[in-house]
Design a protein around this ligand. Structure first.
Ligand code: G4P
Length: 531
């Protein structure tokens, strides 16, 4: 039996980020395979089928064959208890994707070796950067023709502004892919065509010192190239520095092919050695260390209507300290109530299981009768503190909401406010008017459909959405110092306010933002809000 501290120390909670199709699902699946959590590849996703198994909650998901919600997977490997937070991609990209990163202690960034850094990775990376969490890079698809390795690393450094430190180095790519060179062990790990979906096949390890063997294994040309690259690399790349990795300033990079199962276990092992146990978190009473306090958690996501018949919601919380036990009474700080969390559950790839206990680092989902909001803190009644709030991220798509039947005003306002409270959408009003005109902002366009669908199905209200040309929104950081009436922006700028009355500005393009800043010296604009 492990004791309490050991349980917390062995937890590793991370999010996987990537641009769609870089191989995030395939990599996750291989991790689960090594951990013995699944026996067969294809269990996490067989696009249409298993994605449903992950989260078969909303009709809209079924209709479109995509998952709107992000899920959590837990598995064991080499004594570690690992929680993977999946960040939804494609068009189901939403604010939830960003919030999920708030619950993780590190991130794994998957990059397609033939594409380099892509748009969605850039966005998610920004949020990781904001928190300064460690980022580990897996460059995938080496079994296909890849970009030059130095260029790939250069791309990460330039695009994302983070130094890279290759843990290993690929030998060729595509048909000529022969394996990786392990920089620490100073040996070549050769790639043998491993069978799809099974554990890693037998690999051969040859020390580079044994040059004759190396040349016979790789061939003269590839061996020459590798030896040249090693020399260059040892001279040019950043020194490995664990402190810098943990501060999110240096990313260790591994290469491989998730599909053919090469390099995945090597990556997992390096990653687990370098990443951290659950990180301390900031609260109003100071820093909360995971092992020094009793149970505490914060809500980072609310999932509505998992069971349509009951109109229920599940609040997902990240445990930040201590041990959770289903029988205990906890304090909901924002609601100022002591309660038992009902039906605590863990949402796994293909099932939900009721939990008896969980530890700092774990994610639990609890039944929410409509009392929780994103960012709420739960802790023990005797402690009473409050975690730092989760920021509100800037939506990138905006639409004006028109009610088709104006008689149903009350249901409409109730519905849209509830959906906004869950954090699926953000709502704004014209600066000088009330709820007559509502503008809705979303991070991913699918949320517009979700809003329309839910208002119709749950609140019996039909709406029409008129797309607006705005692409950027900015909070006014120094709102006390700014006279909004006198603020002069570009002609296409729009002044709005959020539900809490905070003033915001909408812009059609980034040029207008720059122009507005130029015209109003002293104005400070922010891309996210902590209010
Ligand atoms: P995502 O979650 O990041 O969106 O990516 P996913 O794992 O779904 O992978 C996207 C596609 O890339 C899939 O092919 C997958 O099989 C393929 N893939 C993933 N890793 C590798 C790799 O290391 N090498 C190669 N060659 N391909 C890889 P698909 O045809 O779109 O889907 P499927 O029918 O194979 O599931």
């Amino acid at each position: 039996m492990r004791n309490y501290t050991e349980e917390i120390n062995r937890r590793r909670t991370f999010a996987i980020i990537s641009h769609p199709d870089a191989g995030k699902t395939t990599l996750t699946e291989k991790f689960l395979l090594y951990g013995g959590a699944i026996n067969l590849a294809g269990s996490v996703k067989g696009k249409a089928t298993a994605r449903h198994a992950v989260s078969d909650w909303m009709e809209i998901e079924k209709e479109r064959g995509i998952s709107v919600t992000s899920s959590v997977l837990q598995f064991e490997y080499d004594g570690y208890c690992i929680n993977i937070l999946d960040t939804p991609g494609h068009q189901d990209f939403s604010e939830d994707t960003y919030r999920t990163l708030m619950a993780a202690d590190s991130a794994v960034m998957v990059i397609d070796a033939s594409k380099g850094v892509e748009a969605q990775t850039r966005k998610l990376f920004k949020v990781c950067g904001m928190r300064g969490i460690p980022i580990f890079t897996f460059i995938n698809k080496l079994d296909r023709d890849a970009n030059d390795t130095f260029e790939l690393l250069d791309d990460i450094e330039k695009e994302l502004g983070i130094a890279t430190c290759p843990v290993n180095w690929p030998i060729g790519s595509g048909k000529a892919f022969q394996g990786v060179y392990d920089r620490e062990k100073k040996c070549v790990i050769a790639y043998s065509d491993t069978e799809k979906g099974t554990k890693e096949g037998k690999t051969t390890e040859v020390p580079v010192e044994d040059e004759a063997h190396l040349r016979s294994l790789l061939g003269e040309e590839a061996a020459d190239k590798l030896l040249g690259e090693i020399e260059l690399l040892d001279g040019a790349s950043a020194e490995f520095d664990l402190e810098a990795v943990r501060a999110g300033k240096l990313t260790p990079v591994c290469f491989g092919s998730a599909l053919t199962n090469f390099g995945v276990e090597i990556f997992l092992q390096h990653f687990l050695h370098m990443t951290t146990m659950p990180l301390p978190r900031k609260a109003d009473i100071g820093i909360i260390e995971p092992t020094e306090h009793d149970f505490s958690a914060f809500v980072f996501k609310i999932q509505a209507n998992m069971n349509k018949a009951h109109r229920d919601r599940i609040a997902f919380m990240r445990i930040c300290s201590g041990k959770f036990d289903a029988s205990m009474e906890v304090h909901h700080v924002q609601g100022n109530k002591v309660m038992r969390l009902s039906q605590p559950q863990q949402i796994m790839a293909d099932e939900r299981k009721i939990l008896a206990e969980a530890y700092a680092g774990d994610i639990i989902g609890v039944f929410d009768p409509g009392i929780f909001s994103i960012g709420d803190t739960l802790c023990m009644p005797k402690e009473k503190f409050c975690y730092e709030g989760i920021p509100t991220f800037a939506p990138e798509h905006f639409a004006r909401v028109k009610q088709v039947d104006t008689m149903k005003r009350k249901q409409f306002v109730k519905g849209i406010e509830q959906i906004a409270q869950e954090g699926a959408i953000q709502i704004f009003q014209e600066f000088n008017t009330g709820m007559e005109e509502i503008i809705v902002g979303v991070v991913g366009v699918l949320q517009f459909d979700v809003l329309k669908y839910r208002l119709e199905n749950e609140y019996n209200v039909e709406i029409r959405l008129e797309n607006l040309p705005y692409e950027h929104i900015r909070w006014i950081e120094n709102k006390e110092e700014v006279d909004l009436a006198k603020l002069t922006g570009t002609s296409d700028m729009k002044k709005v306010k959020d539900m809490k009355g905070n003033p915001l500005l909408l812009f059609v393009n980034s040029w207008s933002i720059g122009m507005t800043l130029d015209r109003n010296p002293g104005l400070k604009l922010a891309e996210f809000s902590r209010n």
